[in-house]
Design a protein around this ligand. Structure first.
Ligand SMILES: Cc1cc2nc3c(=O)[nH]c(=O)nc-3n(C[C@H](O)[C@H](O)[C@H](O)COP(=O)(O)OP(=O)(O)OC[C@H]3O[C@@H](n4cnc5c(N)ncnc54)[C@H](O)[C@@H]3O)c2cc1C
Length: 373
């Protein structure tokens, strides 16, 4: 019997595991893949979590993370805005970052069931029973959902998720191209936007969110890119000049930004499982790490019998709302301006005429630096 079982070993799940293991609790992560592996993500991490990651043992400089402190935004037609990034961030691939955190977790004694996904969960009295497709059943006092944006687990645990009007997909490449290491650029196109920024080993991450409808009547992703993304002259230049380092892109469907429950049937949700901020904000990873840290602090109190389950859940929901609800809402409102020819043009023209506005907009979707003491 484990103190805690975590479904999904991304940034949220790994953070909960590391924090609980540091307090000598027994933890199991059930993860669908085996590390290291690629994941759809823009790979720009806000500095909100940099001190924390370094505190738990990540040597970001040694791993080759880029330092990013400038932002470029273009409209669908290519009108441009530059802004400094006050808090800034860094670029590192999820392949490297998640793998390094996995190694830290293993060293702390966290157990992993890899290449496994859950089939069923139930709680009998105070014990959770989790069945996996590896034909095993694990037991724990606490169950954490950190399976990211995927909907499959939501269906297994019968968690209702509100419908979203527009369906989105995410696509990622690693590329090689001459591009400033301190800059993150966000280029709008009809029905989406595409980010580009430096990661380790002189590579760049090129990642976009697109309305799934963009694929309609296209032979595939390539034709969609040529017909739709290339209308932005910056994207046309990037896509035609870059050397693509993957054989095929990483793709994820069913990306939803709707509000989700933070606790379902006593399962504590962290990271994207609790709610995904629109990628344009560039801090979904920070929110995953922060919510994982926050969950671990309260779960520690529960496992020490300082609070009961009802208090744990109430406090977690309340802390989550205080810390992240407004940021996610603002991200959703901002996304409405993006991916449309006219509104992206008007927004960038306005932001260019009021240079003090862009830093305020950026700040409104970001939080404070994670205080880990
Ligand atoms: C297109 C796009 C671009 C983005 N760009 C950025 C960016 O530049 N910066 C930023 O900060 N954020 C970005 N984000 C958001 C960021 O990727 C997420 O917020 C972050 O990865 C959330 O971490 P997580 O741990 O909640 O989920 P994840 O990192 O997705 O981890 C979930 C884990 O659960 C596993 N899993 C899933 N289902 C199961 C199952 N059934 N059983 C077992 N394991 C399972 C998965 O394999 C995965 O490892 C972007 C998102 C999108 C869609």
């Amino acid at each position: 019997m484990y103190d805690a079982i975590i479904i999904g070993g991304g940034l949220g799940g790994l953070t909960v595991a590391i924090e609980l293991a540091r307090n000598k609790f027994t933890v199991l992560i059930i993860e669908k893949h085996a590390y290291p592996f690629h994941k759809v993500c823009g790979e720009y991490i806000s500095n909100e979590v940099r001190p924390y990651l370094e505190h738990i043992g990540l040597d970001l400089a040694k791993l080759g993370a880029s330092t990013i402190n400038r932002f470029m935004l273009t409209s669908v037609r290519g009108t441009t805005l530059f802004s400094p990034l006050k808090m800034g961030g860094f670029g590192i691939s999820r392949y490297t970052l998640d793998y390094e955190l996995y190694k830290i977790a293993v060293n702390l004694g966290v157990h992993f069931e890899l290449n496994a996904s859950i089939e069923e969960t139930q709680r009998i009295n105070e014990t959770f029973f989790v069945d996996t497709n590896t034909n095993k059943t694990f037991q724990s006092r606490i169950l954490i959902g950190s399976y990211g944006k995927r909907a499959k687990v939501d269906r297994i645990i019968q968690r209702p998720i509100p419908k979203q009007q527009t369906s989105y997909m995410g696509i990622k490449y690693h590329i090689s191209l001459d591009f400033p290491k301190d800059l993150i650029a966000l280029h709008n196109f009809k029905g989406g936007y595409c980010g580009i920024s430096a990661i380790e080993d002189d590579k760049l991450c090129l990642c976009y969110l697109s309305a799934t409808a963009n694929l309609k009547n296209k032979t595939g992703i390539k034709q969609m890119e040529e017909d739709i993304l290339y209308q932005n002259p910056f994207l046309k230049e990037i896509f035609t000049k870059a050397e693509f380092l993957f054989k095929k892109p990483e793709v994820i469907n069913e990306v939803v930004f709707v509000s989700k429950s933070k606790v379902h049937e006593n399962i504590i949700m962290v990271g994207d499982s609790a709610g995904l901020i629109t990628p344009l904000a560039g801090n979904g990873m920070s929110i995953a790490i922060k919510s994982g840290f926050m969950a671990a602090k309260l779960i520690t109190e529960f496992l020490y019998d300082n609070i009961n389950r009802a208090e744990l859940e109430k406090l977690y929901i309340s802390n989550w709302n205080t810390n992240f609800r407004n940021q996610l809402w603002r991200g959703r409102q901002l996304q409405k301006l993006f991916g449309k020819e006219r509104t992206s043009e008007v927004a960038i023209t306005l932001l260019n005429s009021l240079p003090a506005l862009m830093p305020l907009v950026i700040r409104s979707t970001h939080g404070k630096i994670l205080q880990y003491i």
